[in-house]
Design a protein around this ligand. Sequence first.
Ligand code: HAX
Length: 438
Amino acid sequence: MILHEQIASQLPSWRERYKSLAKEHGEVVVANVTVGQVIGGMRDIKSLVTDISYVDPATGIKFRGMSIPEVLKALPKPRGAKIPYVGGLYYLLTVGEVPTREQAEAVETEWAKRADVPDYVFKMLKSMPRETHPMTLFSQAVLALQNNSVFARRYHEGMKKDVYWEAALEDSLDLTAKLPVLAAFIYRLKYFGETKKPKYNARQDYGMNFARMMGVADVKGYAELARLYFILHSDHESGNVSAHTMHLVGSALSDPYLSFSASLNGLAGPLHGLANQECLGWLIDVKSHMGGVPSREQLYQFAWDTLNSGKVIPGYGHAVLRVPDPRFTAQMEFAKARFPEDELVRLADLVFDVVPAVLKEQGKAKNPAPNVDAISGTLQYYYGVREFDFYTVLFGVGRALGVTPNYVWARALGMPLERPKSLTTAMLEDVVAKAAAA
Ligand code: HAX
């Protein structure tokens, strides 16, 4: 299988570099850790390694060293499409090289072979109360698949450490292949009461399959958006909650299903993936409050009213980025190229014009610029996917494309159990007292 061969050929040199860092340079200091970081959510502590993506505060995410516009330009596209194959992105993230059309299509073929979901998973989903949050259903479905884990089975049979990654890759491909089916089934079940098992079509790509299984009216248009959305949400280096959770749980040698289900549970938090449903809610609130797209002055006032009521303006600010998120820009360009007159797109554009200034005046947010969530719901809404609480599931499908290659490489490089050290408050106060006395 194509990804397997590529990883296998790169592995000796990566292992050598990794081993040399650990064995010969283990004592070299990377950075100091401050009290502020210890009590501040470990913010910015440089303590993780990944070669799959890197977030530059000044320019945004780079996938294997490539910016979003470069990735969207370089990856092969399905015939007649403007947005690349998701399989090509998966190849790029996993292997570190831009694939040829054949290589991208080989990943798509691999997914088509593995997309079948066992019946008991649908039964389980159907038996859940209808009001269950779709992220809960999604995470449960992933967990339900766990008994098919090649990694777990082979581990219990006595797998050698240096081939962990092969079993991890098997699970990763099986899992990512099934996610569009699960997500689309949850969508049709929860909001339309449909119980029919969606069918993956081997002649269509990942994005087109998803669009068709979702049952949207404009399948071709939505397939383009689905590809863009999954690509943009795939990876954001490894310190964010969903990626870090996958890494942490995986470091205990929990298989990819167990690890990704945990990752989804982190993604479901309001400060992480759930933010995208809140962003669109805020935009629609503005629209209904003002009876349409407001004037700049009205929007300025509405933004201040939101802040004065103690709420954040969703879609703005970022823990690491200090510029507009290139994932926001890519989605805004997508919308402006296809439906520039849409009211919500015009409103999102106006918000982009007004809100950064408001946040700057308030002076709290370190980054007053938009993040990925400021526009993503608007695009879904345009294509008729208007159930806000489903949006995080879409994020989850995308996120799997980044966290599973990370999982595979973590096993390939023999990354150890993650175990940071804790201190008590008194110990921390002692550190401060000693620093003051010195
Ligand atoms: N509106 C109002 N206040 C904001 C703000 C916003 N959009 N963004 C930051 N602030 C405030 C913070 O609440 C914080 O206030 P306090 O000091 O009173 O606690 C202060 O500015 C400093 O925060 P920061 O250091 O700039 O930002 P953080 O790293 O703490 O948080 C967040 C980053 C993204 C969580 C934050 O900007 C926020 O809450 N934004 C709105 C929600 C949102 O868009 N979340 C989606 C993030 C993207 C993502 O990860 N998706 O999965």
